[in-house]
Design a protein around this ligand. Sequence first.
Ligand code: ATP
Length: 236
Amino acid sequence: TRPQDILVIRGLCANYGATDVLSNVALDVRQGQTVSVLGANGAGKSTLMRVISGLHQKFKGSIAFDGQDISHLPAHKVASLGLVMVPEGRQVFTELSVQDNILLGAHTRGGLTAQQLETLYAMFPKLKAIHTRRAGLLSGGEQQMLAIARGLASSPLMMMLDEPSLGLAPAIVDDLFVRLAALRDQGLTLLLVDQMADLALTLSHQSNLLDMGQIIFTGTSDALLESGLLDRAYLG
Ligand code: ATP
């Protein structure tokens, strides 16, 4: 293990009852890097993120985060150690205002100062303009930004994003990836799952290809593109 690896996964096997979904997965994420996990529908990407974040407990293997064994910690403990997930489908609190959603994200660190809130809004000016609006009234793109802002509000060491571009119009997806690139450039460690393989590859320092529960490629985005494996995985 290299000291700069913030997330180290070894021998991970996960199942839903009799269905094996992940098989002997190894994954390293270096501090400050953006790492993507690509793969066809059903490859096991969401399950991987749910296992890491403590939401799915049916697995074997080891998961270390920031030097600590987090296997089988409950989700709230994992989050409080600084590993947050922005789940598929955003899952904002629709009845609460934009600002209350953000403040909820900060409860593990004891709330936000006015200054910290302004820093977040500077990253997402649109959210500031609509901070009193009920989150359920936001567009898909706005809800995704809110889900990310809520995750950032906890001041994480690392953020996992599950399909952030899902269901968004192309122009909104482009805007989303510009913001993710800004987070990457600020040195936030990111683990990204997304069907927009081209954009995910462009964003990532390192990419992994998951195929039927197994990592069949780990390397740079260029090397993955040159391997031809991506086309085969997606075209089946
Ligand atoms: P997608 O991009 O379609 O979300 P994915 O790569 O994220 O796919 P997972 O959602 O992790 O894949 O699903 C992996 C496999 O596990 C699929 O075959 C799926 O049907 C199955 N699966 C997922 N959730 C459950 C569950 N709660 N119970 C049983 N099987 C499940």
